[in-house]
Design a protein around this ligand. Sequence first.
Ligand code: MGD
Ligand code: MGD
Ligand code: MO
Length: 802
Amino acid sequence: MNGAGERIADPWGRRTPYGRGGRWPVRMDSCLADGVAEGEVDAWVRTASLLHSDGDAMDIAVRDGRIVGVRGRAGDRVNRGRLEPKDLYTWQANASPDRLTRPLVREGGLLVESDWPTAMGRVVARSQELIGSLGPEAVAFYTSGQLFLEEYYTLAVLARAGIGTPHLDGNTRLCTATAGESLKESFGSDGQPGSYEDIDHADVIALFGHNIAETQAVQWMRILDRLDGDGPPRLLCVDPRLTPVARRATVHLAPRLGTNVALLNALLHEIIRQGRTDPGFIARHTVGFEALREQVEPCTTRWAAGICDVPAAAIEEAAELLGTADRLLSTVLQGFYQANQATAAAVQVNNLHLIRGMLGRPGAGVLQMNGQPTAENTRECGADGDLPGFRNWQNEEHVGDLAKVWNVEPSAIPHDGPPTHAMEIFRLAERGSVRMLWISATNPAVSLPELARVRSVLSRESLFTVVQDVFPTETAQFADVVLPAATWGEKTGTFTNADRTVHLSEKAVDPPGEARPDLDIFLDYAARMGFEDKDGGPLVHWSVPEEAFEAWKRCSAGRPCDYTGLSYAKLRGPSGIQWPCTEHAPDGTDRLYGEGAAWAHPDLCETYGKDLVTGEPLGEERYRSMNPDGKALIRPAPYLAPQEWPDEDHPFQLTTGRTLYHFHTRTKTGRVPQLARAAPDVWVEIAGSDAARLELAAGDLVEVTTRCGTLRGRLRLGSVRPGVLFVPFHYGYWDTPAGNAPAPGGAGRAANELIPTLWDPVSKQPQFKTAAAALTLVERAAGPDPAGTAPHDVSLPGRPRR
Ligand SMILES: Nc1nc2c(c(=O)[nH]1)N[C@H]1C(S)=C(S)[C@@H](COP(=O)(O)OP(=O)(O)OC[C@H]3O[C@@H](n4cnc5c(=O)[nH]c(N)nc54)[C@H](O)[C@@H]3O)O[C@H]1N2
Ligand SMILES: Nc1nc2c(c(=O)[nH]1)N[C@H]1C(S)=C(S)[C@@H](COP(=O)(O)OP(=O)(O)OC[C@H]3O[C@@H](n4cnc5c(=O)[nH]c(N)nc54)[C@H](O)[C@@H]3O)O[C@H]1N2
Ligand SMILES: [Mo]
């Protein structure tokens, strides 16, 4: 592989420094299979990365009908030619010998190879039988943040208006439900305010619970290039671990897990106390400032220091950074979204920007980040249970408008209660009221909390489970029908990254065996089910991706995520394009809300808001009186201690997350030799001081136990704050010798054996980032750390640098 080793050891590659306000230089990254020269490639086919929310634009190299490599696209606004290690190497996974190539059905307890008519016949027969006998609510869909826009939109139409079930959600519930919710609470509607180009202009960049160096590595390259250029930005990092971001930060705050709201309230307190607000912006564009002032009035830095276990002086330094920034860019991700008080904490970051007037100008913006590559589309298409186009299910006019687009009666669209969230769907399956669960492009038997319980739900006799995937996953083992899907490079469609940039991804090669694009599977189902509109025409009236895109454009018209100015032809241009893109904004829109949050108007908003503590809906009347003119909402929240808190039996705070080299449950990256070698097995990270106190050493085999379960892994030292354990959540069971989950009560390898079922009351996002845990030694290290320490993972002893 050309250049393979070097980008494992040097993940961010060569620096191309640039100064503040300058244009990020191009750097071309590529990787081709051994023995293939650029000139020998038959075709380069346009796509973007499907391994994080960055949307790194790239071309797939094709030779003799096979994928033989990738290269970045120089003209694209997102990455300007760069690729990160997963982008560079993961194309190899498409050709894995163990791809699913034929449908499987369960016969006599075993999954056996079958054909499409048989497999789809079973799915359709079971759907019709359940809908006929128990009603549409017996059927549920749990989808992804990794399919394409056209696929989500088709799924949303068929689930909502075809079947009429309210039980449709994405794994975006685990991922960016809080991003969406915090934007709704602050701006009345989902929709990312900021732009990646804000990195080029900001003088302060604040990263809240976001390890961007490992999780959107190309934007970290952009930050590194600014740090090496003229007028570098100052960085604030809020993370309990000494991440690569923390190492480069001007100020690093490493709070106790789950105390984000206390910290933010103290930062807001300082900024208000020192008069570093923008009164003009507050008066013109916001409501609610006085309530925030009262809420944070007692939240001194000393008060927060006690709760967060961070020196008050460090919080003051951070407040100084934020308060003196002239262009402030903030990013927020899972250290907030998956922690205690997720929405309340993320909303405080929005408040920071609202009171400082840091929105809608180059360098001044908020990125409530997405994680998955296509999570934005799950949300905008309504495959997360919300109505498509960020319509408000409590607003009859919005429902009526959608009904017109679909040519159905409004009553055909379930909207008499909030959408069913993923955790609730699993609970309904556990209770037996959901009887068919169709899982597409997600692996809940590894990624949901409390895995022992998830396995027991999925193995229920009364639950008919359909799994649509590209590999035989841990989840597929529980299926009644397995549908083999085509994936990236094998199908065509669009997807939208975290800064609203839409990319077209085109088919480069044929899928293996009988695998079919997810769109074709959904279309086949809709046709077999005979879903009709109110005039007896087909409800789903498209048959290829471009027609689905055109149908979506009509649905998005006049909404915040307006796609009407886009087309496949236009997306074949040099760069991806940011929505909204309309006749009036044909080149797309870089930033939202510079001129105020117009979508927050009561007639237009996606939601009337929720109580940030209880999650109770505020209701239309309350919203109208609070925000009659449609301004941005400043929403205060009190700090509440996490439910999971250490005690004598469980003295540690456990958190979980990611490494640079793997994507999620490793169905793709685990099958890529370079990446698998870089991080072959699970580990447990502990502070050097805790290890010394417990007389433990690097490489020791340990057991971590919580009230839910037990995990075994080798110890790594050094990069978490004292009292914290960190475990990556990538490792399940498909590549273990047994290939199976642990026997009940046994120690597992998946982090989610340990994570209890708890979720944020507002966004319903599970809390993957705080569990009380115990640690015990199983066996001393035989030699050096067998987990293989990745080069950037060197442990630095001592306190995080400030
Ligand atoms: N390499 C790689 N990149 C990815 C992915 C991947 O699997 N691998 N997945 C993609 C997806 S879907 C997502 S959602 C994103 C996630 O991207 P990130 O959110 O950046 O990743 P995480 O490692 O989950 O969590 C980020 C940080 O939160 C910190 N944290 C934990 N608890 C707390 C807390 O209580 N407070 C604060 N302030 N911080 C805390 C952790 O120490 C961790 O460093 O990454 C995307 N990119
Ligand atoms: N403890 C802990 N748990 C977590 C997290 C954490 O930080 N800690 N993070 C959470 C977050 S943010 C996320 S996003 C989730 C991710 O959790 P999952 O969604 O379960 O993770 P993936 O491994 O990405 O699963 C995607 C599945 O889709 C399949 N697939 C890939 N491409 C296609 C395609 O084109 N079509 C079809 N049909 N299938 C395809 C893959 O083979 C894989 O099985 O995990 C969550 N769980
Ligand atoms: Mo995610």
